[in-house]
Each structure stands twice: as C-alpha cells, then as structure tokens.
Write a protein that binds this ligand. Structure first.
Ligand code: ARG
Length: 461
C-alpha cells in the first residue's frame, strides 16, 4: 500500500469503501492546472521566507511543470491512494524530483490550498462566462436593431394585451442578461481574494509574504483572518445564486420562445440545428434546446439549495463537508456556460415570421387606446375606461370587431367621439404613442439599444 500523506499516526487500514467515499480526485482533478500554479508560486514564496534554496525551488517548479505537462497531454496516471488533486500532484512530484518535494507543503495545508485552488479556477471560468454572456447580448442587440419595425402582441397573463415591438420584447430579456453580466463582475471581485497562507486554520508560521504571493497569483487581495480564509465558501454560494438567477432568466426567455414557436402562435421558427424530431410522429419538430434551457434551471436551484444547507450548521473553519462544494459548482459552471452558448445559437439562427405576428394583432388590443383617445378629449380616465368597455361589448353584440364600429355608434356611447376616432385603429400608431422612455415607440426602443450598446462597449474596454 502506498504511504498516505497524513499517514503518520494511523496504524489501522482504511476500509476500501471509505477510501473511495473520502476521495475527491474523480471530480477535483479538473483543478490540476490551478493547483500546480498555486504550488509553483508557493515554492517561490518559500525561498523568500528562507525555507528553500533557489535551486530547490527551481527543481520544484520544473518538476511541477512536468506534472502539468502530463495532465495536459492526458498522460497523468492516477494511482491508488491519490485521494485528491493535491495529493496526486505531490505524489507525482515526489516521484519526479525526489525528497525535495517533501518541502513544498511547508506551512501550507490542503485547507488553504483547496480554498485557493477553487478561487483561481472559478476566476478563469468567470472570464469565459462573461464572454458568452456578452456574445448573447450582442446578438440580441443586433436583432433588436434590425427587426425594430416588427410588431407583435404583448401579453400579460399570457392573454393578448397591447401591441409591442418584437424588439421591445427581446430587449426585455436583454435587460435581465445585462443585470446578470454586471452581477457576475461584482461577484468576481469577491472570488479574487487569496486564502493561501492561512495554513490549516491558524495561519502560516514561516513569515510567508502573502501580499507578494497574492500579487504573483494576480489576486486583488488576501483574506485577513486565517480561520475565515479556510472556511469561507460564500463566493461559491454567491456564484451558484448567480448561475441560478441567470438560468431562471434563460428559462423564461426559452418559455416565451417555446410558446411563440408553437404552431398556434407561429411567430418564430427554430432552426433545425436546435430542434429534434419525434421517433414516432413524423410531423413533429420539437424545441428541445429551449426545453433544456428551461429544464436546467431546476438543477441550479438544487445546487444552490444543497450547498447552503451543507454549510448552514458547520462549526468554524474547515470540515470535510466542504468537499461537497465542488460537484455542484463544477456542474453549475458547465451548464450555465453551455446554456448561454446554446441560447446565443438559438437566437442567432431563429427565423421570425412577421406576417404571423401581425395577424395575431387584433383591434381589441387597442381598447386601451380607445379610452386614451377620450382622455385626450378631456374625459376622466375612469369614465373613458368604462366607455371603452361598453364599445367592446357593443362590437361583440353586433358580431363585428372593435375597429368596425361606426363613429355614430361610438358617439352613442360618448359625445366626445369625433371623426378622427378612426385614427385609433392603427397598431403602429399605438406603439408610437407610447413614446415615454422605456416605452414601445421607435425612438424609445432605439434609445434602449443605444444604452445597452454603450454598456457593452464599456465592458470590452
Ligand atoms: N479534497 C478536500 C476538499 O475538497 C481538500 C481539503 C482536504 N483537507 C483536509 N483537511 N482533509 O475539501
């Protein structure tokens, strides 16, 4: 049996089941690169602290480079007894450079090591996620600008409410994505803090220059309490909340498109690349990509809830329960990353059907405009609302649409109606009348796009 890192005081054998139960190498091996990066920096810090000669450090750094190469080329052989990524890398380093490898862990604990590794890793992932989010937003803004003249029904309670621009609908989702992107930047600052040098819980006894170590690893700051440093997983919980909310936003976007792509609506057609057929019904084209975007929000809620509960009752500092932070985090990153890219693919290949959108607009959606017409003639809104309701009823009784009511009929309901009332029945005009900032007019929607474009450009800068 191979010698265990912590084996000194242990004489009995570990139950093989326990060995497997305890091990995290199966999932934490994805931290290999950051684990090595952290160890190389730590080796240099040990030189500054007078614990390693420059030559010893050089040997460690070169050995670690060799280990990294084996991982990168898929040649790293995980051995029995490689409990986690830290033990695996150190075991291999020992094989490569010999006894000097035993000096690397001086003053360090796997407790400050893992906390540092995860922060280094998540920091990198956030850079990619940011790019995927920006790309999705960029595509949406392009579409919104290009298709600004398309009108469709806007819904509340999924009942046709008032006409809106298709772009206005699309931008309503973009604003949620924009908040997600900002939120990601904000939490990234709290990820980018270095616990290394906290030891197991009580700090490092060898005068490691933590500020210098942090600078070397590009951390913006260090943790200032060693007990908090090894224990804090707030940044993971925060990230999981971020991923959950971002996923919920994608889910709602997907749900709209699932409805709009149904045959009954037909406003959009999903590209073949993002749909599948049925193994039984030849006519089917299913919006699987969108359904998965909707479906994956459930697991994110699960990851967030799970970790919060895991951490809730833990005593101070490190407890093995904390090993349970990794699988949900890794899964969350994989799935939110995939989801942002799929959403971008769906949106950039989506076909819009302007005729179907237009055809779904009905004059009843202008009943509010009818009331507003009277308001403009000086009628109090409550009264105008009542008159418009009576007009809807009158049209229903005559079996005609609201716009077909003669001006004379309208005048029976209120004397304020004049010949210009026919101008009410224009969907484009209705949308243009809502020219307030944040409204549906062309100007207001273009202003949204300009605002978001400036924000996006600022992020790239
Ligand atoms: N695999 C462990 C984790 O993920 C690393 C830290 C282990 N620390 C310890 N004292 N056993 O949390």
């Amino acid at each position: 049996m191979t010698k265990k890192l912590w084996g000194g005081r242990f004489t009995g054998k570990t139950d093989p089941l326990m060995e497997a139960f305890n091990a995290s190498i199966n999932f934490d091996q994805r931290l290999w690169q950051v684990d090595i990066q952290g160890s190389q920096a730590y080796a240099r810090a040990l030189v500054d602290a007078g614990l390693l000669t420059a030559a010893e450090a050089e040997s460690l750094v070169a050995g670690l480079q060799q280990v990294a190469q084996e991982w990168a080329q898929g040649e790293f052989a995980i051995r029995e007894g490689d409990e986690d990524i830290h033990t695996a890398n150190e075991r291999r380093l020992t094989e490569l450079v010999g006894a000097v490898a035993g000096k690397l862990h001086t003053g360090r604990s796997r407790n400050d090591q893992i906390a540092t590794d995860v922060r280094l890793w998540l920091r990198q992932e956030i850079v990619h996620l940011r790019q995927h989010a920006d790309q999705l937003i960029g595509v949406a803004l392009e579409r919104a600008a290009e298709e600004i003249d398309l009108l469709m029904p806007g819904y509340t309670h999924l009942q046709p409410a008032q006409p809106v621009r298709w772009s206005h609908w699309l931008l309503s989702h973009v604003w949620a994505w924009q908040r997600d992107a900002d939120r990601l930047d904000e939490l990234a600052a709290r990820v980018n803090i270095m616990p290394l040098g906290s030891g197991a819980l009580a700090g490092n006894p060898f005068a490691i220059d933590r500020a210098r170590l942090a600078a070397e690893l590009n951390f913006a700051d260090i943790t200032y309490n060693s007990m908090d440093g090894v224990s804090d997983r707030d940044f993971i919980i925060e990230f999981l909340f971020w991923a959950t909310l971002a996923m919920v936003h994608l889910s709602r976007f997907a749900e709209d498109l699932i409805v709009y792509s149904s045959r009954e609506f037909g406003f959009v057609t999903l590209a073949d690349a993002y749909s599948t057929g049925s193994s039984l019904m030849p006519q089917k084209k299913n919006p699987d990509a969108l359904e998965l975007l909707r479906g994956k929000s459930g697991r994110m809620v699960g990851h967030l809830t799970g970790l919060v509960v895991t951490i809730k009752g833990l005593p101070s500092t490190y407890n093995k329960d904390l090993q349970e932070d990794k699988e949900p985090l890794f899964d969350a990153v994989t799935n939110i990353s995939g989801s942002l890219q799929i959403a971008c693919g769906v949106l950039s290949t989506l076909q819009v059907n302007p005729m179907a959108m237009r055809a779904a607009l009905s004059p009843e959606m202008l009943a509010t405009d009818l009331a507003e017409y009277l308001v403009r003639k000086g009628v109090p809104f409550r009264e105008a609302h009542h008159v418009a309701g009576a007009a809807v009823q009158m049209a229903e009784l005559q079996g005609i649409s609201l716009s077909q009511l003669a001006v004379e009929d309208l005048q029976k309901l209120h004397s304020a109606f004049e010949a210009d009332a026919i101008a009410i029945w224009d969907f484009d005009e209705s949308v243009e009348r809502r020219d307030v900032d944040g409204g549906t007019s062309r100007r207001a929607v273009l202003a949204q796009i300009a605002h978001l474009r400036a924000w996006l450009a600022g992020r790239h800068g």
